[in-house]
Design a protein around this ligand. Structure first.
Ligand code: GAL
Length: 459
């Protein structure tokens, strides 16, 4: 497993380095894939007290979209640039018919590799590859719409994109209008390759230019400002009209913590750690993006990772729902097994992800126990309940507990506990709720106050 992982990581990094050399010839800023330091976690008071507002600086653009985190599929993790019309139509058919659409997964997003030309935009137009997409992207969007789904696309502000295809530099208005005329619903605009070393003001400018172009296009298009967790994009991207932004580099398909393999790939736990200091930047219309889902890849990622167990994939999806990350499936939906389908379509997990309050979970309570192996996350829900994750990062089974008074700082005397994976409600309890959590499992619970007199207000 490790040999394969290392081999894949080495291959990926060699490819990335080649890309960065190619990009270096065509862009002002080149890419060396360094890892920015972790932001400090805020001091916890109560999940109810965490602000979801964005800093009051910047151009204050908003398209009013993505009031809950986008759910769907993206081509990159499973297929890299090897995408084509038949794969996309099959994916649309599958999502529309196997229960994923009903669960809420509606975006079908083309990532890098749909374009016709590798090379600089100054030398080539931006067009769909006629061999991969003979009917064109508009026909694909029409097809997605006919099935009740949405179509997303990918570009970037450099001369080239990360995989070396023509970017949008100097043609932002034209490209936004073209995407709108095709019926595109979501744009991943990936600045990380051409602009990793750019000063923040330059990154902000290129994100802003496309944001305004999309707003001027007249079509509602969800805007993903993908900058791989650099230039503190969480602090300002919402003000620049972005609906989501990555908090780190690419995810690996494993739980090999600590990650940062080859100074680039993060595992599930690394990404959770990165997000802990950024909770306050996420909220309705603007989300911290922890990267696309790895569930179902089972070691077949185009990139790094030997795969996870079903428990680990379930923990991954549950935690991404808790922290309000967009949920974009990265695997081949045509071959998802029953375990993966059960995990992805659990309505109680989707309800946590899509809660209208849009509050991303924070770590709470007595803090990390057992040397950081045992963590408790909580998220206030619109109905006054709390979603809670008891996460065991360690290698041994552990007893974990949650107490509303101790950990959530609410004065509840009695409460019930819904185990979202067992689909079972127990209680009422007036003491801490204890449960055994196996290695790499997250127990996902919904805690609700029991009010003796219904006329008494909820705290
Ligand atoms: C990376 C990005 C990936 C994928 C890739 C395409 O920079 O993080 O998610 O979009 O570019 O080339």
């Amino acid at each position: 497993m490790h040999y394969q992982t290392i081999l894949r990581a080495a291959t990926a990094v060699v490819l990335l380095l080649i890309e960065s050399v190619v990009r270096g010839q065509s862009s002002t800023y080149t890419n060396i894939y360094t890892i920015p330091p972790l932001p400090a976690a805020p001091t916890f008071t109560s999940p109810l007290a965490v602000s979801t507002s964005v800093p009051p600086t910047g151009p204050n653009l908003s398209n009013g979209l993505a009031l809950t985190p986008p759910l769907g599929w993206s081509s990159w993790n499973g297929f890299g640039p090897n995408i084509n019309e038949s794969l996309l139509r099959d994916t649309i058919d599958t999502i529309a018919s196997n229960g994923l659409k009903e669960a809420g997964f509606v975006y079908v997003n083309l990532d890098d590799g749909w374009q016709r030309y590798p090379g600089n935009r100054m030398d080539h137009p931006l067009e769909a590859d006629p061999v991969k997409f003979p009917s064109g992207i508009k026909a694909l969007a029409d097809y997605a719409h006919s099935k009740g789904l949405k179509l997303g696309i990918y570009s970037g502000p450099g001369q080239t994109t990360c995989a070396g295809y023509t970017g949008s530099q100097g043609h932002e208005d034209e490209d936004a209008k073209m995407f709108a005329s095709w019926g595109i619903d979501h744009l991943k605009y990936d600045s990380c390759c051409a602009y990793q070393l750019a000063p923040k003001s330059v990154v902000q400018q290129v994100i802003l230019t496309m944001s305004q172009a999309l707003l001027n296009s007249g079509r509602p298009i969800v805007y993903h400002a993908c900058h791989c967790g650099w230039a503190d994009s969480w602090e300002w991207a919402a003000q620049y009209g972005a609906n989501q932004w990555r908090i780190g580099q690419d995810i690996s398909d494993d739980f090999d913590y600590p990650g940062n393999r080859m100074k680039y790939f993060f595992d599930v736990l690394d990404l959770l750690d990165r997000g802990n200091g950024l909770v306050q930047y996420s909220g309705p219309g603007h989300w911290n993006d922890y990267d696309m889902l790895i569930i179902g890849l089972n070691g077949k990622s185009q990139h790094v990772g030997a795969g996870c167990s079903n428990v680990e994939y379930r923990t991954h999806v549950s935690m991404w729902a808790m922290v309000c990350s967009p949920l974009l499936i990265g695997s081949d939906v045509r071959t998802l097994n029953n375990d993966s389908m059960e995990t992805l379509t659990n309505p109680e997990i989707i309800a946590i992800s899509q809660d209208p309050l849009g509050q991303a979970a924070s770590t709470v309570g007595v803090g990390d126990q057992d040397g950081g192996d045992l963590q408790v996350y909580a998220k206030a829900m619109e109905d006054g309940s709390f979603a809670v994750a008891l996460l065991n990062r360690g290698s041994k089974t552990a007893d974990m507990s949650i107490s509303p008074k101790r950990d959530l700082t609410v004065a509840w005397d009695k409460y019930t506990v819904r185990d979202v994976w067992k689909h079972e409600t127990t209680g009422p309890y007036d003491t801490p709720y204890m449960v055994e959590v196996i290695s790499h499992e997250a127990k996902i619970l919904r805690l609700t106050q029991v009010v003796a007199n219904a006329s008494m207000p909820l705290l």
